[in-house]
Ligand binder design. Sequence first.
Ligand SMILES: NC(=O)c1ccc[n+]([C@@H]2O[C@H](COP(=O)([O-])OP(=O)(O)OC[C@H]3O[C@@H](n4cnc5c(N)ncnc54)[C@H](O)[C@@H]3O)[C@@H](O)[C@H]2O)c1
Length: 308
Amino acid sequence: MSPLDFTGRCVVITGAGRGIGRGYAMELGRRGASVVINDISAEPAHAVAEEINSAGGVARAIVADLTDPDAGAAIVAQSLEHFGALDAVIVNASINSKRKAFPELSVDDLERMLAVNVFGAWRLLQAAWPHLAATGRGRILLTTSQAGLYGMPRLAEYATAKAALIGLMRTLAHEGASVGIKVNAIAPAATTRLTEETVTDPAALDMLRAMQPPHLVAPVAALLVHESCPVTGETYLAGGAHVSRAFTGETQGLTLPADGFTTEAVLQRWDAVRAETDYRVPRDVSETGDLKQKAEVMRLLKASGIVN
Ligand SMILES: NC(=O)c1ccc[n+]([C@@H]2O[C@H](COP(=O)([O-])OP(=O)(O)OC[C@H]3O[C@@H](n4cnc5c(N)ncnc54)[C@H](O)[C@@H]3O)[C@@H](O)[C@H]2O)c1
């Protein structure tokens, strides 16, 4: 197999009928993957599958609404039936935010967003997990966003759902390590229906389309779901022919004697607590907080069988 070839590998992509997901499907189809095009919309899903197949690739559309509790299992079952194995899953489908200020958003708005992004991803990945594990080199790519990583006004329900996927990604990366599953997240930037609904100035839209076409996200996604993927538990921003890594850093912080750990003492050293010098990027909870104290806490938790 050449370094980034996918021949014989089955990759499921949700929301692959349009936009960024379609870009992933075309890229992976071109690289030889058997691509499962899931979308809630039948016509675009079949069109993408047809485009890949008529270019000599291998693709199949599976029309399913990820908010349907049975969709995840059905997508996995049909992919296995058709392609015999499941090697990677790209969880990409989402709906747009209502773009309202926080006080105007309802719990229903949040539930609608969580239904596709979080519950949809959860059910699909639970159904896929044993099959990905069976390959010994399963790959998962979850889709977060800059709003989920950094926050953006008027996107509270969207940011909440996208940030939830970071916790899921980090945890699945730890759990997947023993069975060869690598799990990462992508925060894409591309001009798609999601952008087109919000940018009203046609000239600005044209410039955005030229600058950030969906196909410029796909090279990064392909790398992250290939069996040679070098990383797990990480988040990458990709768009407009740019890629960078976003990570959670932790300052060195401050430890004081217990009898001196008062609000006043902390306030006095607040600049040191916040200082972005010599920060660290913990790989897991054992590398957080006061490292000496954490090592002792971890030793006690391990001895009690609470952590491995
Ligand atoms: N476009 C951006 O700049 C941008 C930025 C940050 C994050 N994202 C994320 O990237 C992903 C792709 O977004 P896009 O811009 O290509 O959007 P898009 O609207 O062009 O494509 C999303 C696709 O998901 C499908 N979909 C929606 N709900 C579904 C459901 N319940 N079941 C199955 N399919 C469903 C839609 O039919 C559509 O084809 C999303 O997760 C989005 O949140 C996009």
